[in-house]
Design a protein around this ligand. Structure first.
Ligand SMILES: Cc1ncc(C[n+]2csc(CCOP(=O)(O)OP(=O)(O)O)c2C)c(N)n1
Length: 286
C-alpha cells in the first residue's frame, strides 16, 4: 500500500497493490479504526528489536575515535546539533547514505536530496533556496567534496546575499560512491576516482565565508557546534577515511564476492580496505 499526496508518484519506486492518494495523516486516521488490535505482538517486537540493533550499531560506528575520522562521526554530531526546525539538503554520493542514516527527522525539520535524477551538486543550491525561503531557520548542506567542487562558485552567492547556509563537506578526496560501485557492483579495482585534495576551509575564506576544518573526531562536536553558531555562510570541512565502506543495510554474498574480486585484481587501497572491513566486523561482533 502506498499513500502519496501526488497520484503520479504511486508505484514509482516499488510495485504496489493499492495506491491511496491523499495526506498521510488523514488517510492513516481513516485506516487505523479498521484495524483490530492483535494480541500476538511478536511481529512488532521483532521489528522494534531490529531498529534498536540498527541504531545501536550506528551509534557504535559513530563513536569511533580513530583517525582518519570516520564519515559517520560528522553525520552523527550534526544530527545532535540540529535545531528542531533545521533544513538539511544533501548531494548524491556516499554522503547521502551517511546523513540519511544518522539524521533522525524530528519536529519541523526538512530533508532534501535529488530523489529522481540523483544528481551531484544539488545540496548547495537546495540549501541556498531554503535559506532564501526561510531566512530565520538553520540551513545545512551536507555534501561530498567531488560534488561541492562542481558548484563551489555558489559560495559567492551565499556571501553576496548573506545567506545563513552552513556547508558540511565530507572530504575523502575521492568520488566515493563510484569507487565503491566499481568494486562492489562490478568487481573491478577503482578507476579514475581520485580527486585533487582541496583545502576547503581556505577556499571558503577566499570567498568571504567562515571556514573550519575538522580532522580529529574528538573535536568534531565542539568545532561543528561553533561553526553552526557562526552568523552567515560557513564551510565546515570534515576530513574523513575514504576506506570506510558505505555498506548497504544488507550486503549480499554477491557484493562480498565482487569486493573480494576487486581487491584480488589489484585495487590499490586493497590492504587498507580489507583492514578497515575486518576492524569494523570485529567491533560489530564485540
Ligand atoms: C552530475 C552528476 N555526475 C555524475 C554522477 C555520478 N555520481 C554519483 S555519486 C558520484 C560521486 C560523488 O562523489 P562525492 O561528491 O565526492 O561524494 P562521495 O560519494 O565521495 O560521498 C558520481 C560521480 C551524478 N550522479 N551526477
Amino acid at each position: 500500500v502506498q499513500i502519496d499526496i501526488d497520484p503520479k508518484k504511486i508505484g514509482l519506486r516499488h510495485p504496489v497493490e493499492e495506491g491511496l492518494v491523499g495526506d498521510c495523516k488523514t488517510i492513516l486516521a481513516a485506516l487505523v479504526p479498521k484495524l483490530s488490535r492483535r494480541t500476538d505482538r511478536s511481529f512488532l517486537e521483532k521489528a522494534q528489536k531490529g531498529v534498536k540493533e540498527w541504531r545501536d550499531m550506528l551509534d557504535q560506528q559513530a563513536g569511533r575515535k580513530d583517525t582518519p575520522m570516520k564519515p559517520q562521526v560528522p553525520a552523527f554530531e550534526l544530527d545532535r546539533l540540529l535545531k528542531d526546525d533545521a533544513i538539511v539538503a544533501t548531494d548524491s554520493g556516499t554522503v547521502t547514505a551517511f546523513i540519511a542514516r544518522y539524521m533522525k527527522l524530528r519536529g519541523d525539520q526538512k530533508f532534501s536530496c535529488s530523489g529522481n535524477l540523483a544528481t551531484m551538486a544539488c545540496g548547495l543550491p537546495y540549501a541556498i533556496a531554503a535559506a532564501v525561503a526561510y531566512p530565520e531557520r538553520q540551513v545545512v548542506a551536507f555534501v561530498g567534496d567531488g560534488a561541492l567542487t562542481m558548484l563551489i562558485g555558489e559560495l559567492a552567492t551565499c556571501v553576496k546575499y548573506d545567506l545563513n547556509v552552513k556547508v558540511v563537506v565530507i572530504k575523502n578526496n575521492t568520488l566515493g560512491q563510484i569507487r565503491w560501485e566499481q568494486m562492489v557492483f562490478l568487481g573491478n579495482p577503482e578507476y579514475a576516482c581520485d580527486l585533487q585534495p582541496i583545502d576547503f576551509a581556505a577556499v571558503a575564506r577566499g570567498f568571504g565565508c567562515a571556514g573550519y576544518s575538522i580532522e580529529d573526531p574528538a573535536k568534531c562536536h565542539d568545532v561543528m557546534s561553533l561553526a553552526l553558531e557562526t552568523p552567515g555562510p560557513a564551510v565546515i570541512e570534515c576530513v574523513v577515511d575514504p576506506n570506510e565502506p558505505p555498506m548497504p543495510p544488507k550486503a549480499t554474498l554477491k557484493d562480498a564476492e565482487n569486493l573480494a574480486k576487486a581487491l584480488l585484481r589489484g585495487e590499490p587501497e586493497g590492504l587498507k580496505i580489507a583492514t578497515t572491513l575486518a576492524k569494523d566486523k570485529v567491533r560489530e561482533m564485540v
